[in-house]
Design a protein around this ligand. Structure first.
Ligand SMILES: O=C1O[C@H](COP(=O)(O)O)[C@@H](O)[C@H](O)[C@H]1O
Length: 261
């Protein structure tokens, strides 16, 4: 359990949110580079990559504000079992919104997509992705969980995050790092996802939730919890977890903290 509550920031516009998200990411990047000279990040799909691109593609305001893409290792917090050029692919989304737009002189991140040779077998697709994590985070036997420097997550209008859906048995999974799901309530049905223990072990976890379509679920997450996946992350990660929201997403939610980091 996190000892202190998650941070919840609300900004008046997505542009201001993006500026603050960048500041936060740079802080996480600095901590990671000081620790192990690499920045290991897991990224969700959905509406997040567009806001992330706004944050990361802006020109640096100082040398300290530089995004060291050459030091980034990018993993997918969840992925759909589709080819990498499919319109449902989270890889394709991130590529279109961000990766292809990184200026050449900014350095290229190392990106770890799913192995499309296993699209027909969700368990094997998840196992193969878990193997990638094992290789990247050292042998599985010697580490209990992969510790991402930062997870950048979205929040679905039903309170799901990654491909962890409300009430789904995957939420009770305690041993796997990467899990298959073949009955996702949101299409496409077959996906893989980081497990809740992996998500909540992250050194920093940032949620980005924008727009009025999120306000009902934000109220439920912050005022009721109710075992919603996003609320479970809040409970388990505590103040390692920070929410970046805009005003419409938290209208009517009790006690959002306004301002910058
Ligand atoms: O299906 C998914 O949805 C969530 C939330 O997406 P959003 O568009 O409501 O922000 C996303 O975080 C996840 O990666 C994706 O696979």
């Amino acid at each position: 359990m996190g000892s202190r509550p998650p941070n919840l920031f609300v900004f008046s516009t997505v542009d201001i949110l993006a500026t603050n998200l960048r500041t936060y990411i740079v802080q996480c990047q600095t901590m990671a580079l000081n620790r192990h000279d690499v920045f290991k990040v897991a990224i969700s799909g959905g509406s997040l990559p567009k806001t992330l691109a706004k944050a990361l593609l802006a020109p640096p305001t100082s040398p300290e504000d530089t995004i060291r893409f050459d030091k980034w290792e990018v993993f997918f917090a969840d992925e759909r079992a589709v080819p990498l050029d499919h319109e449902d692919s989270n890889y394709r989304l991130l590529k279109d919104e961000l990766l292809d737009k990184i200026p050449t002189d900014a350095g290229k991140p190392t990106v770890y997509p799913i192995d499309v040779n296993f699209l027909d077998d969700a368990q094997e697709l998840a196992d193969q992705y878990e193997k990638l994590l094992v290789q990247s985070f050292a042998a599985r036997d010697s580490v209990k969980l992969p510790l991402f420097d930062l997870l950048l997550l979205g929040c679905g209008p039903d309170g799901h995050t990654c491909s962890l859906f409300p009430g789904h048995p995957l939420l009770r999974e305690t041993s796997g790092w990467v899990l298959p799901i073949e009955d996702s309530p949101k299409p496409p049905p077959t996906r893989i996802t980081l497990s809740l223990p992996v998500v909540t072990a992250g050194l920093r976890i940032a949620f980005v939730a924008t727009g009025g379509g999120k306000k009902d679920i934000m109220k439920k997450i912050f005022e009721e919890g109710n075992g919603l996946p996003c609320a479970l992350v809040n409970e388990m990660a505590g103040d390692r977890c920070t929410w970046f929201t805009d005003s419409p997403a938290v209208e009517g939610v009790a006690f959002p903290r306004r301002g910058s980091l």
